[in-house]
Design a protein around this ligand. Structure first.
Ligand SMILES: O=C(O)C1=C[C@@H](OP(=O)(O)O)[C@@H](O)[C@H](O)C1
Ligand SMILES: C=C(OP(=O)(O)O)C(=O)O
Length: 440
């Protein structure tokens, strides 16, 4: 996107890290808050919105749908004029990059508002990321959504259609974003009757549903929950602007700096998330504790320090799929073999992350085995210098920067990060922030 990035970036071994990082806004909270603000009545002042590819495509999409918003002049502060449960335009061509948090909720919202003629598409990889479970749920309820290229994948076209069912059914084992999308759209369907959304089978990535419910509540809508099986919205509830909405720092982005401290000493403090965060990924700090690091939680910060070898870990990471990628790098510095389990969703994200992680960890000298939904990593004695391919996946670039760090036991490597611009999906300034905590 914006800043100039070189073709590759060479990171030299870093002996020690320390300092404070002010986190960029949470991607998950930013894009939900933008959509809820657009659907609410009244104006919402959004503070600390994330500035990145994923939020830019959401902002542009809202503009194409006729929603008025502006920057206030204060950094990362936006004012959105809510359209009170309607959208000014009935047709639009929406380019949504590779932002799952944009295309999925917008699909459900546009269908719930009666459709029209909307084309939703993105980059090549977006067209390989499934959306069929969401489209099935909406079409079964009366929407008219068609695939313009491959069945089950964007691009999609949303025609005029009327969602008239009171019960919707959605699968939750491929992405939780499908359920999130239906929940956020439910108040647009439930004007004169209750709506219940039933989850078919297993639901993955549950903490993201908690973010959704939390933010809906702050916009005045309460959902009644029957465990993780069904979610009911009582009729007549509409989104009301809270006036001001504050976006927390991104807990997934925090994982890189906290991991850096666990590997190379610290203390490193991240500001913008703390013990009251609504993001599941702050549980990454619990993983660091298990691996032997010291963690201190403040109201608005988390701080990590550590010395000595990290303990290997064998755990189910279904609740924190994004931060779990950072654990794969920590495994390089652990005292034995680590196993990451129940991470099958990695295969349908920015790239096939299980395959990409395995290939690139092997370049560093690690022994790696993988299965459909797991990864087993045995650390190398020495981390090899390597040129890391990033697969247009921001998290691959951010994770592998950490392999340049020296722990008390192990020297970090010289790491070439190819195509580093991919970090702009969620964290355009990542490498500057990483450099700022690095002491050569
Ligand atoms: O709802 C969200 O904000 C997200 C949900 C998760 O996806 P899945 O539910 O597909 O695992 C996560 O990986 C993604 O980065 C953000
Ligand atoms: C999976 C991710 O993104 P998305 O919101 O596009 O699903 C991610 O950021 O790791």
């Amino acid at each position: 996107m914006m800043a100039d990035f070189p073709k590759y970036l060479d990171l030299l071994p870093v002996k020690h890290v320390s300092g404070t990082v002010r986190l960029p806004g949470s991607k998950s909270i930013s894009n939900r808050t933008l959509l809820l603000s657009a659907l609410a009545d009244g104006k919402t002042l959004i503070k600390d919105l994330l500035f990145s590819d994923d939020t830019q495509v959401m902002l542009e999409a809202l503009k194409s749908l006729g929603i008025q918003w502006n920057e206030t002049g204060v950094a990362n502060e936006y004012e959105v004029n809510g359209a009170n449960g309607r959208l000014p335009r009935q047709e639009a061509d929406l380019f949504l990059g590779n932002a799952g948090t944009a295309i999925r909720p917008l699909t459900a919202a546009l269908a719930a508002l009666g459709g029209g003629d909307f084309l939703l598409h993105g980059v090549k990889r977006m067209h390989e990321r499934p959306i069929g479970d969401l489209v099935d749920a909406l079409n079964d309820a009366g929407a008219e959504i068609e695939y313009t290229e491959n069945q089950g994948y964007p691009p999609i076209r949303i025609h005029a259609g009327n969602i008239d069912r009171h019960d919707l059914h959605v699968k939750g084992n491929v992405s939780s974003q499908f359920l999130t999308a239906l929940l956020m759209a439910a108040p647009l369907m439930a004007r004169s009757h209750d709506v219940t959304i039933h989850v078919i089978g297993e639901l993955i990535s549950k903490p993201y549903i908690e973010i959704t419910l939390n933010l809906m509540r702050s916009f005045g809508v309460e959902i009644e929950q029957d465990g993780w099986k069904s979610f009911t919205l009582r009729k007549g509830q509409v989104y009301r602007s809270p006036g001001v909405a504050h976006v927390e720092g991104d807990a997934s982005s925090a994982s890189y700096f906290l991991a850096a401290a666990a590997i190379a000493g610290g203390p490193v403090r991240v500001e913008g998330v703390g013990k009251y965060s609504i993001q599941g990924d702050i549980r990454f700090a619990d993983v660091l504790e298990k691996m032997g690091a010291n963690v201190v939680y403040g109201d608005n910060y988390i701080e990590v320090s550590h010395s000595g070898a990290l303990k290997a870990i064998d755990e189910d990471f279904n609740l924190i799929p994004d931060a779990a990628m950072t654990v794969a790098i920590l495994a390089l510095y652990a005292d034995g073999t680590s196993v990451l389990r129940n991470i099958g969703s990695w295969r349908v994200k920015e790239t096939d992350r299980i395959a990409a992680m395995e290939t690139e960890l092997k370049k560093l000298g690690a022994s790696v085995e993988s299965g459909e939904d797991w990864l087993k990593i045995t650390p190398p004695e020495h981390i090899n210098d390597a040129a890391i391919d990033t697969y247009d996946d921001h998290r691959m670039a951010m994770c592998f920067s950490l392999a340049s760090l020296c722990s008390t036991e192990k020297r970090g490597a010289t790491i070439r990060i190819n195509d580093p611009q991919c970090v702009s999906k969620t964290f355009p300034e990542y490498f500057q922030a990483f450099k700022a905590i690095s002491n050569k």
